[in-house]
Structures are given as C-alpha cells and as structure tokens.
Design a protein around this ligand. Structure first.
Ligand code: HEM
Length: 416
C-alpha cells in the first residue's frame, strides 16, 4: 500500500489538498459489519472528495472524485453533457472483447436509440406477464429448504434466483440452469481470479450460439424483439450488438438482485416486528420494498469527466473518474431524515436504480422479484433470524454483496 507521502505526490495539481481523502473507498466500507452505515460516516466531511482508491473495473483501482451528497450524485447521473458512461475499455475487455455493453457503456443519443428497442420488454405489462415464472422460480428454490429450520440464504437462494429468472426471460431451456449456476458462481464468488474470466467467456460463447438459433426461431417475446429490432428504424442489429444486449440483461440483474435480496433479508432478520407487520398486511410489501431498496441501495457506478470544468466549486479535468455511490446517496441525512432507520411509513423517492438516461432498465422486474420473494418467505416462515452464533459475510466494491447469510426460523405449517 502506498504511504501517505507517496499518495500525496501522486495527487494531480488541480485537486485541492483539503479535498484529498487518503483511503481506499471499498476497504473503508468493509471495515464495519454494516458497510452502509460505515460509508454514511463520510457525510460528516466535504461534499466532494478526491479518493486515493476507487474501483475502476478491469482497469483496477484508481484515484478519483467521490461526491457524497444525494443531490450531487443525482446531478452527475443526469448531466450527460459533462459526465460520460463507459471508460476507455469496456467491461468486456477482461475477456479480450472489443465491444461495449449496450446500452450501459454508451452515451446519449446512441444509448437512447438502443433503449428504445428494449424498453417495451420491460414495460409494466411485460413484467406482469412474467409474474407466474418469477413466482414459480422462487417457490421452487424455497421448496428445497422449506422442510428445514434454516438455510444459508446467500448460497441456497439469492445466488441461484437471478439465473432462474434470466432463463425464463430469454426463453432458454431449463436444462441450461446447471451451467448458468456454475458460471454465476464463477463470476460472483470466484475461488481464483481466472475463474471469473472463464465464466464470462463461457457465457459469451453460449449467448452467441443461443442468438444464432433465436434468429431462426425466437423462443421468447424479448428475443423476438431483439432479433427483429431495427436500430434507428433503419437496419437490423448486428450479431455483436445482440450479444452485447443479451449480456447486459444477464449481468445487470445478477449481482444486483442477489446482493439487494441478501441485504434486505439480512435487515428483516433483525426486525421481527416488521416481518409480522408485513405478513399480516401483505398489501404493504410493495411500499416496504421501496424503503428497503432505499436503505439498501447496493450498487455504485462510474462516470468520466468529459471536459475540464467546475463542479460545485471543484475543478475537474477531462478524463477524471467520478465514483457514483448509491449507498452514499441512500444514507445522506440531507436527503432522508434519520437515514439509517428503515421506516416503511416514510414517503420514499430513492435512486437505488440510478437516475437519468441510464436508469435501470430492469427496475420493474427487480422490484417484482424482491416483492415475490418477501411474500413467499413471510408466508412460510416466522421469526426469521440470523442463526444463533453466526453472522453474515459480505464484500464491498461496485455492488455491496452478501456472501453468506445463515438464517433460522420457525416454520409456518400450511394445510396440505
Ligand atoms: C435490485 C436490482 C438492481 C439494481 C440495484 C440495479 C441497479 C442499476 C443501476 C444503478 C443502473 C444504472 C447504471 C449507470 O447509470 O451507470 C442500472 C442499469 C441497468 N440495469 Fe439494473 N439493477 C437491478 C436489476 C436489474 C435487472 C433485473 C436487469 C435486467 C433484467 C437490469 C438491467 C439493467 C440494464 C440493461 C441497465 C443499463 C441501462 C442503460 O444504460 O440505459 N438491472 N441498474
């Protein structure tokens, strides 16, 4: 690790000394059992920090700007004239690919042209049509441990659930589930770094083969839409564009859903009164999901400064990295009274799914998935709690994720 002196000499000339925070953001967040509360401690300092270590995807760790306030984070996400998505090399460069993730790593207006193709498949009506599939994937997984008095929720449920949903969304054969679970585990919890790269390559290979088949006979509304889409109403999508879109639809809902579910269930396991309230009043679950998403906004993203400029009195240079931390936005006391308290009665407007042109395309699906999981868990189990003598394990990074969540509960016997 660099000494303070070494780090200071590496600070670019346009960064004022009083904004330098000589820490690694992810290491700092991981120092306490609750990374959300931990990063909330930064609200006692400047509204914009220059941080020594930020997660920069395939490029490793880099220094950059960290706005700490909800209002500034919202501004970065909506100001696409000054803050750009996608770095020099896209995320897929780790497997040697030269294409970027569509639409995530592109910028308006091109990014919006691609979104137009995809949006109909994430409309309220399209998500309603997936309801039964989401419910049966959820029930199937819960059935595997419902006869026991507990489970390891991260590994036995949260990790598996997104792959089930993806197969249904795309119209992929159920027989592919075992491969997807292996790839998912390789990406999310690799035992060695190469395992993540191998898994990412295997997914790309399979998606390529799948798309080739779908061009002849698409198996889902989504794939029908993708293979027959016309970019800008002019030309069909190329094979690489289709691959890129399918890839982001898989990884966009993987780590995020897994981790958000993990933190939400971790919280509920410590709030039996809320469990009882929601079990007795299931119509409140939709509202509770919004507040839980607010409190456990797990994702962060990045932007690059497009040109030299002033941002709220801070000089930023073209190419500077800006870390957009949604956990920080979620716990800002200037945006939410008593931000660390989960209060399902508060009026909630959150940016757990980002905001602006890149707002999560899958947000309706994600909310539906979380609601269905809570309904199913609460209907089957009472007094869900962290298993005696155990505790959770987690990691920080671009998604704050739960690696292990040992639970126990009292089973609710249902009439046969
Ligand atoms: C709780 C679950 C989820 C969370 C917290 C989440 C969070 C986010 C965030 C913060 C962004 C914006 C990134 C940026 O501005 O750079 C985003 C974008 C995106 N998400 Fe999600 N997401 C979730 C679930 C999903 C699901 C289930 C899907 C797909 C089925 C999905 C697909 C996408 C796509 C395609 C984008 C890129 C949109 C664009 O660039 O126009 N997400 N997500």
């Amino acid at each position: 690790m660099a000494t303070i002196q070494e780090t200071r000499t590496a600070i670019p000339g346009h960064v004022p000394a009083e904004l330098v925070w000589d820490h690694d953001y992810d290491e700092f967040a991981a120092e306490k059992a609750d990374p959300f509360r931990r990063v909330g401690e930064l609200h006692g300092g400047p509204d914009i920090l220059w941080v020594r270590g930020l997660n920069n995807g395939p490029q490793g760790r880099r220094p950059g700007w960290l706005p700490t306030r909800h209002a500034l984070i919202r501004e970065v996400l909506t100001d696409t004239d000054n803050f750009l998505s996608g770095g020099d090399a896209g995320m897929m460069s780790v497997i040697g690919a030269d294409w970027k993730l569509i639409p995530l790593e592109l910028n308006p207006p091109q990014q919006q042209q691609y979104r137009k193709v995809l949006e109909p498949f994430f409309s309220p009506a399209s998500i309603n049509a997936l309801d039964d599939a989401v419910r049966s994937a959820c029930d199937e997984l819960i059935d595997e441990f419902a006869g026991r008095d507990g489970c390891e929720f991260a590994g036995e449920f949260a990790e598996k659930f997104p792959s089930h949903i993806f197969l249904d969304l795309m119209g992929m054969p159920r027989g592919k589930l075992a491969d997807f679970l292996t790839w998912e585990r390789g990406m999310l919890r690799p035992e060695r770094p190469e395992q993540a790269v191998e898994a990412m390559s295997a997914i790309a290979d399979y998606l390529q083969e799948f798309i080739a088949g779908q061009k002849q006979a698409p198996k889902s509304d989504l794939m029908k839409g993708i293979v027959s889409a016309r970019f800008n109403d002019e030309r069909p999508l190329t094979d690489t564009e289709m691959l890129s879109i399918c890839y982001i639809l898989y990884i966009g809902g993987l780590d995020t859903v897994y981790s958000t579910l993990g933190w939400i269930v971790w919280y509920l396991a410590q709030d039996i009164a809320l469990q009882d309230r929601l079990r007795d009043n299931p119509e409140e679950i939709t509202r509770a999901v919004e507040e839980l998403l607010r409190a456990f906004s797990t994702a962060s993203t990045q932007r690059r400064v497009r040109q030299d400029m002033e941002f709220h009195g801070v000089t930023m240079r073209a190419g500077d990295i800006v870390q957009v931390s949604l956990p920080l936005a979620a716990r800002d006391p200037e945006a939410y009274e008593d931000p660390h308290r989960v209060d399902i009665d508060r009026p909630v407007r959150h940016i757990a799914f980002g905001t602006g042109p890149h707002t999560c395309l899958g947000l309706r699906l994600a909310k539906r998935e979380i609601r269905i999981v809570l309904e199913a868990m609460l209907a089957r189990f009472r007094n869900i709690r962290i298993a005696a003598g155990e505790s959770h394990e987690f990691h920080t990074g671009n998604v704050f994720g739960i690696d292990r969540l040992p639970l126990e509960w009292d089973r609710i016997e249902t009439a046969a």
